[in-house]
Design a protein around this ligand. Sequence first.
Ligand SMILES: NC(=O)c1ccc[n+]([C@@H]2O[C@H](COP(=O)([O-])OP(=O)(O)OC[C@H]3O[C@@H](n4cnc5c(N)ncnc54)[C@H](O)[C@@H]3O)[C@@H](O)[C@H]2O)c1
Length: 350
Amino acid sequence: MKIAIVGLGYWGPNLLRNLVALQGPESVVIVEKSPARIAAIATQYPSLTCSTSLEQVLEDEEVEAVILATPVSTHAELALAALRAGRHVLVEKPLAASVADAVAVVECAEERNLVLMVGHTFLFSPRVELMAQYLADGSLGRIQYATSSRLNLGLHQRDIGVIWDLASHDFSILFHLLGESPVLVQTAGRGVVRKDNLDVAFITLTFPSGILASVDVSWLAPRKVRNTVLVGNRQMMVYDDLDNEGPVRIYDKGVVMPDPENFGEHQLTYRHGDMLVPFVSPREPLAQELCHFLDCINGAASLPCRSDGRFGLRVVEALEAAERSWREGGQVAVESTLPDPSSSPDLVRR
Ligand SMILES: NC(=O)c1ccc[n+]([C@@H]2O[C@H](COP(=O)([O-])OP(=O)(O)OC[C@H]3O[C@@H](n4cnc5c(N)ncnc54)[C@H](O)[C@@H]3O)[C@@H](O)[C@H]2O)c1
C-alpha cells in the first residue's frame, strides 16, 4: 500500500521512520511544503518520492492513505481534501482546531466509509495498554479520581496553546482508560509568553460516573513531568512515563471505613500493602499505532479502530470546552456534537 506522509517538521520524521520500517521506502511518499525540510529528509532517505503539494500527490491513484503531521490549524482542510479524494486518513492529534471542523472531518469519513484515525499515540503505548488491563480486570476497584500532569519547558506552538498541545494527550489517556468523556470542565490558566494563549493550565474534569480528574499542563516548567495517577477504592495506580524502570506501579493501599458496629462508632483505618511493578513491553507506541492504522484499512483489526474519528472528536469537544472555560471563566458543559452511531443506523461505522 502506498502511503503519503504530509509534514516533516518535528514529529513527522518519527512517523516516517516507523512507516519506512514497516512498509519499505518505495511505498512511502513525503509531502512537505518546505524545500529545506525535503532536502534534509532526502539525505536520510534518498529513495523516497517527495512533493511539495498534497493536491498533486492525491492525483496518484496508487496512494491509498494519507498521514498528516502538519500544524493543528491545517488538519481539517488537509484531512477533508484527502478524504474527499477517497483516501484513508491518519491525522495527528488533536483531530482539528475546533469542534465544528472535527465534526466535518468525521462526517466526511463516515459518509465515504473511509478509515479516519487520530494519532493519540499513548493509546498504543504498552504502558497505557497495561493500565487498561488492570482497570478492566477490576484490580483497582471503583475509580474515585485521577490526576495527570504534563509539564516541561516548551515547545511553544505557534497556532495553539498548551491545552490543545499537551492536554490532548492526558484527555485521550483518561477517556480511553475510564471509558467515558467528561460532561463538565473548568480551567484556570495563564498566558505568560503570549497573552492571547495559554502556557500553563489547571483543568478539572467531571465525568458522567462522578469521577473527578485534574489535569495540569505547562510549557513553563523547570522539570519534565509525565505523571498520571488513578485512585481506586481497592488499589491505586501510578504511571510515570519518564520512569523506565517501573513506569506503571500498582499500590495496594487504601482507606477502610467499616460499617459501625455500635451507634456513633466509626473506625477509619489505612491499609498499606505491597507495591507491584509489572513488566511492560518496550514496543514503540508509534509502530503499534501505524500497524493498527494499516490493519483498520485492510479490515484486519480484530477490534474497532481504537482512536477513531469519534474518539478524536470527544477529545476536541473537551479541549474546546476547557479553553472556553479559561476565556469566559467558570465551569463549561462539554457538548456532545454527534449522536452515538448506534442510535443513528444511517451512519456506517468501520
Ligand atoms: N503524537 C504525538 O506524541 C505528537 C508529538 C508532537 C507533535 N504531534 C503533532 O504533530 C503535528 C505536527 O507537529 P510538529 O511539532 O511536527 O509541527 P512542525 O511545525 O514542527 O512541523 C509541521 C511541518 O508541516 C509542514 N507543513 C505545514 N503545512 C503543510 C502543507 N500544507 N503541506 C505540506 N507540509 C506542510 C511544515 O513545513 C512543517 O515542516 C501536530 O498536530 C502536533 O500536535 C504529535
